[in-house]
Design a protein around this ligand. Sequence first.
Ligand code: SME
Length: 160
Amino acid sequence: MAHSIAIAKTQDKADAYRSLMPQLEALCAGESNITANVGNVCAALKQTFQWWWVGVYWVVENVLVLGPFQGPVACTRIQYGKGVCGKAWQQEATILVPDVEKFEGHIACSSLSRSEIVIPIIKNNIVIGVLDVDSQWLHHFDETDAAALQDIAKLISDLC
Ligand code: SME
């Protein structure tokens, strides 16, 4: 397996995702441990985009429990339907939050997080976790991020 990534020198984030995706696949190839793989996926995303926080919460006994992540310490458990993560789980849909202060019920793990995107990780039609990304910049995520992060959530699901 690969042990490093090459970060595309581009201002175009679609290009950055296009360059990153095969590298994520290479990073995970040959390793069967999900913690190792998802830890590396989170690290590669943070290295590439310098987001404030990127990580995974897994559905464990009907609650979201913190999994591998990169960034400051975060809340460890999120209930179904609560916060952006719990709502993405409930709705089985990606949720884009341009301004966290305007999202009712947002759970603030860090006051420095300003915008957020959460993508459900679905396996066999069941939500098994969520991929959560926080940015220190307002209005940071758009449909390009949503589409690419959905591909990455699918990659994670395939690794499970
Ligand atoms: N903001 C999330 C909580 C998790 S942290 O951002 C890492 C939410 O509202 O669900």
